[in-house]
Design a protein around this ligand. Structure first.
Ligand code: NAD
Ligand code: DAU
Length: 359
């Protein structure tokens, strides 16, 4: 297969590109604008692969997309490009509207034009796979419920509202124009190459540097964590095996309170990085409860039974094994980390956590 992947230089996209090139004979065209979150160093292990191409392109640029479709002639699109950080969507929603909504619209239109010109057989085989989030379903506060594929949409943040909007566009392009789409909505991912604005890598790196560990509100919020390589395997199964028009929820059955995640990281670091910054007795001493995220969703949890039953996918990694691998990966990959901790990243930390630039 020839697969056009958007956002392949991001956290999940790079795991998908690596997974496909290392485990299949498929060809990949990675289309990525390289925003602050895009990092070609995450693809160093596959950059020289003959089956891999990269194009630095904004998905809002329709003309460039048309050219890429016509040159590469993909059998499938896996659409991961997005602005993905909830806190950034609160402090500046514009990029989220632009990329997540307008960008998805432009990509759908480019895909539709290309698909319309294919012969019947190629039209039937073509897939547009939209990769989305469980955050479109909103908040499960105070219930034992799980998100299923039929849960109503109730997004809370500018980020989740923009992703919900993109999901609706994709379904409309299927129903109205017949574009052969599949959708997935996944829970919180974690693992190697995760940009350190998100909870797990932020806590690991702050702890190693003896900086405070910011826990929003009371830390009782719950997320359902999935190891990123399990997600990449699930996505490949969906794009290659799912029936057109289907949606799959993907999750790890790993509900954890934020404060417990932070404490688990501290305890792993006690074991794996016992030489602490000077003057620090325990990593947990760095925990700092800070002002809560506005509109903070209290609980997410995924029912992943449909993908298990239809496609036979189950996660391979438990939270314990996955978190240990992740902490070890950050300890072993200080060069990747130091390149990412650029001026732009420092600006974000200073603005978000009101840090003194010299901290
Ligand atoms: P990320 O922020 O790490 O990466 C996003 C990538 O998209 C970056 O490489 C960036 O350069 C690229 N990009 C951004 N705007 C672009 C544009 N206009 N044109 C082309 N490229 C652009 O995100 P991620 O965490 O890897 O998430 C990937 C996708 O998966 C997103 O659609 C996100 O909504 C979804 N998702 C993420 C999670 C999670 O826990 N991270 C969970 C479920 C779903
Ligand atoms: O559920 C899937 C979503 O998971 C994806 O769609 C998003 O792209 C991804 O960023 C993630 O969103 P979250 O908001 O859940 O992830 P984040 O890592 O930002 O935060 C996880 C939890 O930890 C959340 O309840 C907020 C809290 N938190 C986060 C940060 C950055 C803190 O307590 N302190 C922090 O400093």
């Amino acid at each position: 297969m020839k697969i056009l992947i958007t956002g392949g230089a991001g956290f999940i996209g790079s795991a998908v590109v690596r997974h496909i090139l290392q485990n299949t004979d498929d060809l990949v065209l990675n289309v990525d604008k390289l925003t602050y979150a895009g990092n070609l160093e995450s693809l160093a292990s596959v950059a020289d692969n003959q089956r891999y191409q990269f194009s630095k392109t904004d998905i809002c640029d329709r003309e460039a997309l048309d050219q890429l479709f016509s040159q590469f002639q993909p059998d499938a699109v896996m659409h991961l490009a997005a602005e993905s950080h909830v806190d950034r969507s609160i402090s500046g929603p514009a990029d989220f509207i632009e990329t997540n909504i307008i960008g998805t619209y432009q990509l759908l239109e480019a895909a539709r034009k290309y698909w319309n010109e294919l012969d019947d057989q190629a039209q039937q085989a073509f897939r547009f796979h939209h990769i989305s989030t469980d955050e479109v379903y909103g908040d499960l506060e105070g219930t034992d419920d799980l998100f299923t594929e039929t849960t109503s949409y109730a997004p809370s943040s500018p980020y989740s509202a923009s992703k919900a909007s993109s999901d609706h566009l994709v379904r409309a392009w299927h129903r109205t124009y017949g574009l052969p789409v599949v959708l997935t909505n996944c829970s919180n991912n974690y693992g190697p190459y995760h940009f350190p604005e998100k909870l797990i890598p932020l806590i690991i790196l702050n702890a190693l540097q003896g900086k405070s560990l910011p826990v929003y509100g009371n830390g009782q919020q719950i997320r359902d964590w999935l190891y990123v390589e399990d997600h990449a395997r699930a996505l490949y199964k969906v794009v290659t095996e799912a029936t057109v028009g289907e949606t799959y929820n993907i999750g790890g059955h790993n509900e954890q309170k934020n404060i417990d995640v932070v404490k688990s990281i501290c305890s792993l670091l006690e074991e794996l990085a016992p030489n602490k910054p000077q003057g620090l007795a325990h990593y947990e001493d760095l925990i700092n409860y800070v002002v809560d995220r506005p509109g903070h969703d209290l609980r997410y949890a995924i029912d992943a039974n449909k993908i298990k039953q239809d496609l036979g996918w189950v996660p391979e990694e438990s939270f314990e094994t996955g978190l240990r691998k992740t902490v070890q990966w950050y300890l072993n990959n200080q060069q990747w980390v130091s390149h990412i901790q650029s001026g732009e990243y420092q600006n974000w930390l200073n603005q978000q956590y009101r840090l003194n630039p010299t901290d």
